[in-house]
Design a protein around this ligand. Structure first.
Ligand code: SF4
Length: 291
């Protein structure tokens, strides 16, 4: 296939074994783990844990990524679409509260094909970097129950510096509006989000004004009732050492400023993290478990 699935629009050749695009992935699914994951937001993980399917490769490759092993080094196992469908079935059978597709963007075709083989009855969660194309998202209309995108950067200069992606906000903001259009207002059942949009934002050290602009955009464009997960877990991994200003943990005062701003501008629904979540203990092992 010639791939233009995500906003990178590589037009690259992807076959069963190899891919020459930015994500470096073939067109068969590559996974690094499929297991219960209890560290998602409470309305996603529930009491039983989310059925997290970790896809390898990435269309964004932020320099500080905590999942560097799979997003940059591409560790993982190549499987068939039928096996992916079986994995959905196994996670559901294990009592997982949802099927949590982690970084699914570049495997959209495979996921849609797998869902034709087996559609789980638990909510289907699309957990992406936000760097999604609207055309690709439209193919998930009526299929995805919950969108769980990041919104990472506002300024082009920031997304260029950390992810070689100057159009991040332009594309991600359009993607989030499409996600909202598809799902409408959030619905919950027994504390689990069964339909809706939950937006994540990881607060970066030294980038407080970027975070504020993002929150204001959310309020003005997605509405004051938008569910937002404000994450403080930033830990300087991998290429963060090349950028002095982010080569440290987030200060409590920085997170508090963003937290205060969240309420000051009238946002109402938030998930907040304690600073103890900035710990590698919460990063799953990418050892092909469950794959
Ligand atoms: S999914 Fe991969 S190959 Fe396709 S356009 Fe995006 S980065 Fe390029």
């Amino acid at each position: 296939m010639i791939c233009n699935i995500c906003p990178r629009n590589c037009g690259a050749e992807r076959n069963e074994n190899d891919g020459s695009g930015f994500c470096e992935m073939p067109n068969s699914p590559v996974l690094s783990r499929a297991s219960k994951h209890i560290w998602e937001e409470p309305c996603i993980a529930g009491e039983n844990g989310a059925g997290a399917v970790f896809f390898s490769g990435c269309t964004l490759k932020c320099c500080f990524c905590q999942n560097y092993e799979i997003s940059h080094l591409n560790n993982g196992k190549r499987i068939t679409v039928s096996r992916l469908a079986e994995i959905f079935r196994e996670l559901e059978k294990n009592g997982c509260s949802c099927i949590d597709l982690v970084n699914p963007t570049h495997f959209s075709d495979c996921i849609l094909s797998a869902l034709q083989i087996y559609r789980p009855s638990v909510p289907l969660v699309y957990n992406s970097s936000g760097y999604d194309s609207v055309d690709t998202l439209k193919r998930f209309d009526g299929i995805v129950d919950v969108y769980l995108p990041d919104i990472k950067y506002y300024a082009s200069s920031v997304s260029l510096k950390y992810a070689a992606c100057p159009d991040y906000f332009e594309k991600a903001s359009a993607a989030l509006l499409e996600m909202k259009r598809q799902t409408g207002e959030c619905e919950f059942k027994n504390g689990i989000m069964i339909k809706g949009l939950l937006v994540r934002h990881l607060v970066l050290p030294s980038n407080i004004s970027d975070s504020k602009k993002i929150l204001l955009w959310i309020k003005n464009n997605l509405g004051e009732n938008t569910y937002v997960s404000l994450m403080s877990q930033y830990t300087p991994f991998a290429g963060a050492k090349n950028h002095k200003e982010i080569n440290r943990r987030l200060f409590t005062a920085e997170y508090d400023k963003i937290l205060n701003y969240f309420f000051e501008i009238g946002l109402k629904n938030g998930f907040m993290q304690s600073k103890t979540s900035a710990n590698t203990y919460f990063i799953p092992k990418f050892d092909n478990f469950g794959v």
